[in-house]
Design a protein around this ligand. Structure first.
Ligand SMILES: [Zn+2]
Length: 139
């Protein structure tokens, strides 16, 4: 059973139009289980996980898996439109995750290098400061 999105009437899964108001019904969301679909879903999910975890470096692992699964689905099951869409989503999110991970790495490296340089600057200045303070106090 599926519901008409417009009037909410119950329609049979095989119906393409609502029997009450004639609105075109969405294609049933229950896809028959296929291994290529499973891989495509895995690819998409891993891609999303990769985007989320790309903010920390381990996101690179699911992102690479998402791209590999997506490529497997695209190469092996071109006839399955739904699987292809999810595999492309997996490839896009996986690639996006890798991009974010690369940007985060660059940002992290620049922050660390600026922290190190400012720390060494302070370290260089600190003895001069304390010496002048000491001489002022003792004088
Ligand atoms: Zn309807």
């Amino acid at each position: 059973m599926k519901q008409c999105p417009k009037c909410g009437a119950n329609c049979a899964d095989s119906d393409t139009f609502c029997g009450i108001c004639g609105t075109p019904l969405p294609i049933s969301r229950q896809y028959p289980p296929r291994s290529s679909d499973g891989l495509a879903v895995a690819s998409m999910v891993l891609g999303i996980i990769g985007v989320v975890f790309s903010l920390v470096f381990i996101g690179i692992v699911p992102a690479i898996l998402a791209i590999i699964f997506g490529l497997i689905v695209l190469c092996s099951a071109r006839r399955r439109q739904n699987g292809c869409g999810m595999a492309i989503a997996g490839l896009v999110t996986g690639g996006f995750a890798l991009l974010i991970a690369a940007l985060v790495s660059l940002f992290f490296i620049s922050v660390v290098s600026s922290m190190v340089s400012s720390w060494t600057d302070n370290y260089d200045n600190a003895p001069g400061f304390s010496q002048s303070d000491d001489s002022h106090l003792t004088a």
